[in-house]
Design a protein around this ligand. Structure first.
Ligand code: NDP
Length: 262
């Protein structure tokens, strides 16, 4: 009989005994992925800026039998954020899985886009994700194991109007995934990104009532619908799993086929 190719004898994608930090887990995609990681056995650190929202997510995770705690910080405050990450690791153990998912949107036409808004969106969506993921990567590399997943976006390859800062940040994240994988693969750390299509969350609220956009989206997406945060969950678990150790430097589109039919 052929030997097991390295997936062990336990259930596939078990995350038992691992710690997952999800940046931006208080709502939307991060929240759904926190549930998915927790259901596979990970202990989940729930980040967000809003303490009340993070606490509510932790309570809901607990009701689902998932060990979770809130780690409230603003990712833009890099010093405060790294101190909070260190304190959380001291309490619950080293972070094995980092989902660098916190993100904001600012919509305005290119010719009117304010430079301050451009810099703010770039800082939260790119610089802070880079800095905090690198902070986590140092410990992962030293321990010889880690999983880093960024949240990219379909807008980085689609070219849509009014999202110039967001697109710049997400496009850079897509590039970083490849560059980081080159430096970290030999240290046991994989680096990948999820590239969601249009997902119905607070971030896309401005588009929910836009009938013209809605019709375009349904016509253009082979699946014929908006995504839900839960649509990202299985892809997140796959990239977080020990069994996926040879999968690195990849952008995994979860978009109902939108990018496949460009
Ligand atoms: P939501 O607005 O629903 O959630 C955003 C999350 O990020 C919240 O938990 C929020 O915390 C957190 N967050 C935002 N800014 C900060 C900050 N400065 N510090 C700490 N936490 C912060 O958005 P989504 O779930 O839709 O988005 C999640 C990720 O997915 C983002 O990176 C987004 O760019 C990306 N994405 C989303 C798509 C979509 O269609 N929805 C498509 C492609 C990518 P708090 O509750 O405290 O504000």
């Amino acid at each position: 009989m052929a030997s097991d190719p390295g997936c062990g004898t336990g259930p596939l994608f078990s995350l038992a005994g691992q710690v997952a930090l999800v940046l931006g887990a208080s709502r939307g995609i991060g929240r759904a992925c926190a549930f998915a990681l927790g259901r596979q056995g990970a202990r989940v650190l729930v980040n967000g800026r809003d303490a009340g929202r993070a606490a509510r997510t932790v309570r809901e995770l607990g009701e689902a039998g998932i060990r979770a705690e809130a780690v409230v910080f603003d990712v833009d405050d890099l010093q405060g954020a790294t101190a909070a990450m260190d304190a959380a690791e001291a309490r619950v153990g080293p972070v094995d899985i980092l989902f660098a998912n916190a993100g904001v949107q600012h919509r305005a036409p290119l010719l009117e886009f304010d430079l301050a808004d451009f810099q703010r969106v770039l800082f939260t969506n790119l610089t802070a994700q880079w800095a905090l993921a690198r902070h986590a990567a140092r410990g992962m590399a030293a321990r010889g194991h880690g999983r880093i997943v960024f949240t990219g976006s379909i807008t980085a390859i689609l070219g849509r109007e009014n999202v110039t800062a967001y697109t710049a940040a997400k496009g850079a994240l897509h590039a970083l995934v490849r560059q980081w994988s080159a430096e970290l693969a030999a240290r046991g750390v994989t680096v990948n990104a999820l590239a969601p299509g249009y997902i119905r969350t607070d971030l896309t609220q401005a588009l929910h009532g836009d009938g013209e956009f809605d019709a375009w989206l349904r016509r253009r997406t082979p699946a014929g619908r908006w995504g839900t945060p839960e649509d990202l969950a299985s892809a997140m678990v796959f990239l977080a799993a020990r069994e996926s150790g040879f999968v690195t430097g990849q952008i995994l589109a979860v978009d109902g086929g939108l990018s496949a039919t460009m």
